[in-house]
Design a binder for this molecule. Structure first.
Ligand SMILES: Cc1cc2nc3c(=O)[nH]c(=O)nc-3n(C[C@H](O)[C@H](O)[C@H](O)COP(=O)(O)OP(=O)(O)OC[C@H]3O[C@@H](n4cnc5c(N)ncnc54)[C@H](O)[C@@H]3O)c2cc1C
Length: 419
């Protein structure tokens, strides 16, 4: 392997002694922690770095489908999450801009989910619990440590250049570098072929106490200038996520709270329910979304979670995709790491193919819904039809990842939804 040529370690004493590991995982969200945990449990040496200090907040609606819960169960953390106050969710209600409404319940979707309910819990708790589980599995975790660049070895990746909390720089050499660093992935950008879609939306996420009328399901409201999600996250607290076109979000600069409260007025009936509650933390903003990578694997590197792709949060599948992607990556990378040397793109190709098989249908449904919202009359019509014809549970089952996408991506279903 070539020496580190593209940078100099300026403060090695403050650094984690120029670490060498089988795997460097960049990012300690669900994708990074789960991948690190699985590879460490398989006996590989894994270093995970995150620029944040945990527990940390994350802008998210904090809803998990039964299928996401299945994977959390396999990772051994569901008990701890329930003890920490995770609340069961029976399904999702969707209200369109002209008032049509559907209520899909997981238990009625026609395929048996892992459980009849999903779970909801603040990301502060979820992500911290997953990171602790990774640590317990033997992962070396370095917080407040950001990857700034990739170490190159010819055309391949040989690790990362990190900056520690005290400003020191160091190298972490690894046979496989995994970019699990979210929507604005540094690893993804350095690998190239980063793509940004046309549907540019941004989100503002609040935690509000005492929102009136919350039941056992998440609620989505589609308005003419964006959409709003309400999700009960336990202890009488509700996650309120507002998503608007990016061009509108400039008006929030320097006055996020005011913008958020004004935008709520686009959702009559809901604004009163939320407005009478109390804000429990600062509003978090994130976006624009609709970003993905055309290069999920490379020589010595792979992407997982939002770093690989993230379209739109409406269907609430990001955590599931991050966790399932972690499992698929570990299934390919684990056996490849048994052999010496850097992990090649060819050795990682089965991971790319497995992602297409696992997520191809989901990507299509996500886009169908994401673009469909831009046509309020059509969207309202479809929601009304789905509710009247008893198809809402199937659709919610598909977005919750336990009903195959082909159950809705077929001419019969689409005709019943639209005609
Ligand atoms: C408004 C909104 C609502 C959503 N609602 C839901 C929902 O209800 N249900 C659902 O399943 N999904 C939802 N999602 C999607 C979900 O939040 C993401 O898909 C999920 O967080 C992806 O996990 P991840 O591990 O890939 O990335 P992240 O959770 O973003 O974690 C990335 C980590 O990488 C770290 N990092 C970033 N850059 C660096 C660097 N250079 N060096 C070191 N560390 C770095 C960050 O600090 C972070 O901890 C929502 C998203 C949004 C925006």
């Amino acid at each position: 392997m070539a020496p580190f040529t593209s940078f100099r370690v300026t403060n090695p004493s403050a650094s984690p002694d120029n670490v060498r590991a089988d795997v460097l995982v960049v990012g300690g969200g669900p994708a990074g922690s789960a991948t690190a945990l699985l590879l460490a449990a398989a006996g590989h040496s894994v270093v995970l770095v995150d620029r944040a200090s945990f527990p940390r907040d994350k802008a998210c609606s904090e809803y998990m489908s039964p299928e996401a819960v299945r994977i959390l169960d396999r990772l051994g953390v569901v008990g701890a999450l329930e003890e920490a106050g995770a609340v069961p969710l029976a399904g999702t209600m969707v209200t369109a801009a002209r008032g049509a409404r559907l209520h899909g319940r997981f238990a009625l979707a026609g395929h048996r989910p892992f459980r009849a309910t999903g779970l909801s819990i603040s990301r502060r708790i979820l992500d911290h619990r997953l990171l602790l589980a990774a640590r317990e599995a033997g992962v070396r975790v370095l917080e407040r440590t950001a990857v700034e660049a990739l170490l190159r070895d010819g055309d391949g990746v040989a690790g990362g250049v990190i900056r520690t909390a005290d400003g020191g720089r160091a190298a972490i050499e690894a046979r496989l570098t995994i970019g699990a660093d979210g929507l604005r992935s540094v690893v993804g950008r350095r690998l190239g072929r980063h793509r940004q879609g046309g549907l540019r939306r941004v989100a503002f996420v609040a935690h509000v106490d005492r929102v009136e009328g919350m039941g056992d399901s998440a609620e989505m409201f589609v308005g003419r200038r964006g959409y709003l999600g309400l999700n009960p996250i336990g202890s009488g607290r509700t996650n309120v996520a507002l998503v608007v076109p990016a061009r509108r979000a400039g008006a929030a600069r320097g006055r996020t709270r005011e913008f958020f409260l004004e935008a709520l007025a686009d959702f009559p009936g809901v604004s009163e329910r939320v407005g009478r509650g109390g804000m429990a933390r600062d509003i978090l903003a994130t976006g624009p979304f609709a970003a993905w990578s055309g290069r999920v694997v490379a020589d010595g590197a792979a992407l997982v979670g939002d770093a690989a792709d993230f379209f739109d949060p409406f269907t609430g599948e990001g955590i599931y995709s991050a966790l399932r992607g972690a499992e698929l990556l570990a299934e390919t990378a684990g056996p490849a790491l048994v052999w010496p040397g850097r992990i090649t793109a060819a050795a990682l190709a089965p991971y790319r193919q497995a992602r297409r098989r696992a997520f191809g249908g989901k990507w299509a449904v996500e886009r169908l819904i994401g673009y469909g919202m831009n046509f309020p009359a059509l969207f309202d019509h479809a929601v009304g039809r789905l509710a009247r014809r008893g198809l809402a549970h199937t659709l919610i089952g598909v977005t919750a990842d336990f009903v195959p996408a082909r159950a809705v991506l077929n001419p019969v279903f689409l005709a019943r939804m639209l005609l």
